[in-house]
Design a binder for this molecule. Sequence first.
Ligand code: ZN
Length: 443
Amino acid sequence: MDSRRTFVTHMIGLIATPVLLSGCRRSSQPEDEARKPVDPGLAPEPLGSPLPQIEPILRVRVFRVREPAVTITLGEEGRPFRARYLGYEGTGLDLSGPLTVSWGLRKWIIQEADGRVTRVEADDELELTTIDNLPILLEPRGRRYPGSIRLHRRSDEGEGAFDVINHVALESYLPGVLASELFSHWRRETYLAQAVAARSFACSEQAYFSTRRHYDLTDTISSQVYAGTVDRRVAYQAVRETRGVVLSYDERLVPGYYSSCCGGLASRAVDVIGPSPINRIAPLNGRSEPDVCTEAPVYEWKVRRKADEFRKRLVAYGEYRQITSLASLESLASIELDETNPHGRPVSFQLVDANGKSFRLDAEKLMRAANFSNDDITAPRETLKSSFVTVTFENGDLVFAGHGFGHGSGLCQYGAEKLSRSGKSFQEILTWYYPGASLLESY
Ligand SMILES: [Zn+2]
């Protein structure tokens, strides 16, 4: 128990130390904005990230606690843990798992398997590693994670709120992405191409968020889906065979954006991801020829909405995002195509009201507005799968005839699988979707 006391004392001593990665203003923004650039006032826009020289350690947010007194459980029976405060110099505090952890009364409260409780007065981040280096089971998430777990208190989200962050080496992280993003029966070359795209994406997200936020990626579609340790051999093989390989252009890293199905026509990253200069490079402008994903189940779809219900949703979204023209929309007579990208995919629409007054709205914003919900407006039964739509009025209904699923920039997963089946190599698949990019073994 003496070691515990020493540990807690050290913790108190460290409270005054400036905390690494604190003071993040980005994290309170909605998930769908996660890849967009930060407020211009915060920091200068990067001109593209350098290629990684060594394998990065990523910070992936895998769980959020937002209510007081909510606990998480880490590890299993008999698993030894070591707890350290970020910046703590000593070896840390030895604990026996499973550990039940919560934040309350300005302390981390850790309960061990035998019921012993330790209170750690660390002001911000608590690191929990396993001594045996085996993946850590996290409940109630129900998943195991390689690497270590850090608990990051979120005083901006209320008493008791914290984020659970998995610190994981990039190559150990990737199999859990591939297994979540691709079907198990898909071809090896698709996995290899996806491994390179996901690695490039993760590296560029880390380069961007390292000084802006206490995590680089989430484990959802707002970054890329990540399931921790998985049981899929082809995913591990594809990661091993492409170790360190990233997409590059002009000796900088290409963010390997990808989505489920482009619907036949590529979007440009600058239109659908964000206006950052890095998104203007040639490999992210999309291929000019139609894609091969025509057999995908999400290649074509149709969604029908009651026009007035739809208008109310637009207004609610406009209020939420402070888009005045949307927030004050009193009637909706038509939604017409305003502009397409060079490949023919919609970039913006004109919304026309009953008086003939019109305004322009980005296609991506139209989609987000169509899928928006809050306390007053329930989630729509069917969401728009992409912004690649044409809109018509039929008997008071709006009919969205759409193509594809996701933003449509970079690699198209259904298309990649089709190319794999036609005998293309993963290098050819990547050149197909990121024209002008090259593959580099960066470490
Ligand atoms: Zn496609």
